[in-house]
Design a protein around this ligand. Structure first.
Ligand code: ADP
Length: 251
């Protein structure tokens, strides 16, 4: 339990009278790169909302960074990037630097000026995601994949211990999807950032994550990604309710 970032015990959740999550037991340890997969409608987004404290379970216990979610307040230690992040239009009036700096305002308050140290922090975080050369460009002028890197930087600038990403590669083209997963892999290995990546795509991401949980109303699998990729098509089809083939995309 000592190095657990997220822990769920016997969690159940219903929308009105329909139970969509049944008896979820989950432990995300510090330093792992967890992929959350499963069919559409399987409950992935609901589970993320529960972990972020946006929905309250009917039953069960949840701990975030070893504290009960009921008393947890340090939400800036948890970063979140949603699938809708890369949708700024061309005219959006902010530079890349400003968008990343917004990630610091939760800590320092909107009306304070940024110190030299804050500015260096923003530039350093842009460097981490390989976007420092774009600091003074308009966010709306960048491609979907580039914008997504900037949103990662905005989440990282406040030094979270866990980064949760909900379908972050929607709208990002194939080549950039792999580069994006490589960036996450590097942040996990070199910066010891714990990651929870939600995807309905069982292909490319299983090559990068260290662990996988597979959710279809209840957890059908919770283990190492190598074990997940060695599941037979028959076993996967039982979980998904339709034929499934894991395609590992190599470059
Ligand atoms: P996933 O993210 O894996 O696609 P969701 O968590 O979005 O799955 O949905 C799980 C189930 O809960 C689905 O059957 C969905 O129709 C239902 N659901 C999701 N949101 C709501 C809601 N706000 N009200 C009622 N039912 C919902």
């Amino acid at each position: 339990m000592g190095d657990s970032v997220i822990s769920l015990k016997n969690v159940h959740f219903s929308y009105e009278n329909k139970e969509v999550l049944t008896d979820i037991n989950l432990n995300i340890k510090r330093g792992i790169f967890m992929g959350l997969v499963g069919p559409n409608g399987g409950g992935k987004t609901t589970l993320i909302k529960i972990i972020l404290g946006l929905l309250k379970p009917d039953r069960g216990n949840i701990s975030i960074l070893n504290q009960s979610i009921d008393t947890f307040k340090d939400w800036n230690r948890i970063g979140f990037v949603s699938q809708k992040a890369n949708s700024f239009n061309k005219g959006f009036p902010a530079t890349v630097f400003e968008v990343v700096a917004m990630g610091l305002t939760a800590k320092i308050g909107y009306f304070k000026f940024f110190s030299k140290k804050d500015k260096e922090k923003v530039m350093h975080t842009l460097q981490l995601v390989g976007m420092e050369a774009f600091a003074h460009q308009s966010i709306g002028q960048l491609s979907g994949g580039q914008q997504q890197r900037v949103f990662i930087a905005r989440s990282l600038v406040s030094d979270p211990e866990l980064l949760i990403l909900d379908e972050p590669t929607v709208g990002v083209d194939y080549e950039n999807v792999n580069r994006f997963y490589e960036l996450l892999n590097r942040l996990n290995k070199e910066n010891n950032l714990t990651l929870l990546l939600v995807s309905h795509d069982t292909g490319a991401m299983t090559k990068y994550v260290t662990d996988v949980i597979c959710l279809n109303r209840t957890l059908h699998f919770h283990g190492k990604s190598t074990e997940y990729t060695s599941l037979s098509e028959h076993e996967l089809s039982k979980i998904y309710g339709h034929p499934v083939q894991i395609v590992i995309h190599d470059h």
